[in-house]
Design a binder for this molecule. Structure first.
Ligand code: ADP
Ligand code: MG
Length: 322
């Protein structure tokens, strides 16, 4: 099958590529065209997933389709943007039609959940690598940046933590678990749901936000640095995934929640008065886990207020070995 046939059959014809709100022109021309309502800005973000680095080289293509869009769309959620569409730059080894069919299905499933359209891309031959660029819209000046946290704000997260890190040994086949234990973790790893609803609610309310991809403590460090403040995390308030605790035990689950990457849960800072309106919504999970204070850096505190900050905070590519 040639490049154009492949694009037409598997991607241009996919349910997620049939256009949607904000898409004036999709796949087929030299560029896609997006409509932006007056008073809104375009939010753009790119993520690359490389086989053997970001996912096992041999894996279910349907799940990979879901995950490759989800991790990119999570950045729109973190910015408070409403999703519009995405492009897909695929570098493919010689994969068969079943692989392409399943991959496109997974992509369409996640696109449907996020209400976004596939609007273009690029297809090349080589070792499997997937680059997704997402486009969203946000009212001018209302995007949730990392730089607005102020002393006195609460530190919150939008769900329990550690699931993706807890799932990793299962994903890599290094560990087995009974189906009922493995299932929720694998579901979270392969199809983390971008918190787009929470993100748009936080617009104009949260002072800073991001999605946790490098690990809670490392990502809080990004907010602290960008905002010129210090962040204190209370260990006792960190919502550790019960599924991970059942699988790995308390210590390892705590470690996964604090330093594991890939959770794609939002972390945000909120003025105190904004908390009650958020929790009263009822349908959004929110946990207060700390606070913003004057100073710099991130401190982890135990129930008695002692500093128990670990030295190693999260995963970084290209980290220099000490
Ligand atoms: P060009 O040579 O002008 O860059 P291409 O031949 O690469 O165009 O692509 C033709 C059309 O198909 C374009 O609209 C492009 O965005 C789209 N496209 C290419 N690869 C993909 C893909 N993997 N998924 C979705 N659309 C794609
Ligand atoms: Mg091209």
């Amino acid at each position: 099958m040639g490049e154009f046939e492949l694009i037409n059959h598997y991607f241009a014809a996919a349910p997620c590529a049939q256009g949607g709100e904000g898409v004036a022109l999709g796949i087929g021309d030299d560029c896609a065209l997006l409509d932006l309502p007056p008073g809104e800005q375009l939010a753009v973000s790119t993520d690359t997933l490389v086989a053997g680095v970001h996912f096992p080289a041999v894996c279910d293509p349907l799940l990979l389709g879901q995950r490759s869009l989800a991790v990119a769309a999570s950045d729109l959620a973190a910015m408070g943007a409403t999703a519009i569409g995405f492009t897909l730059a695929l570098t493919l080894p010689d994969v068969g039609p079943e692989w392409l069919e399943a991959y496109a299905n997974g992509l369409s499933r996640m696109a449907h959940r996020c209400r976004m359209s596939l609007i273009g891309g690029d297809t090349t031959r080589g070792p499997l690598s997937i680059t997704v660029t997402v486009f969203g819209r946000v009212p001018v000046g209302q995007a949730l940046r990392r730089s607005g946290a102020r002393p006195g704000d609460l530190l919150c997260v939008g769900g329990s933590l550690g699931k993706a890190a807890g799932a990793l040994p299962l994903v890599l086949g290094e560990r087995q678990a009974p189906a009922e234990q493995a299932k929720p973790l694998l579901r979270h790893y392969w199809a983390p749901m971008p918190q787009l609803t929470l993100g748009t609610w936080l617009r104009g309310r949260a002072t800073a936000a991001l999605d946790i991809s490098d690990g809670l403590l490392a990502d809080c460090g990004h907010i602290a640095k960008a905002s010129g403040v210090a962040i204190e995390v209370n260990l006792a308030q960190v919502p550790v995934s019960a599924d991970v605790e059942a699988l790995l035990g308390r210590e390892a689950a705590l470690q996964a929640a604090l330093s594991g990457g890939d959770d794609y849960v939002l972390a945000f800072t909120l003025p105190r008065e904004a908390l009650a309106p958020l929790t009263s919504l009822g349908f959004i999970e929110v946990h207060v886990i700390g606070r913003v204070v004057e100073g710099q850096g991130v401190t982890l505190r135990d129930a008695r207020g002692r500093d128990i900050t670990p030295a190693q905070r999260g995963y970084q590519h290209f980290r220099e070995t000490p």
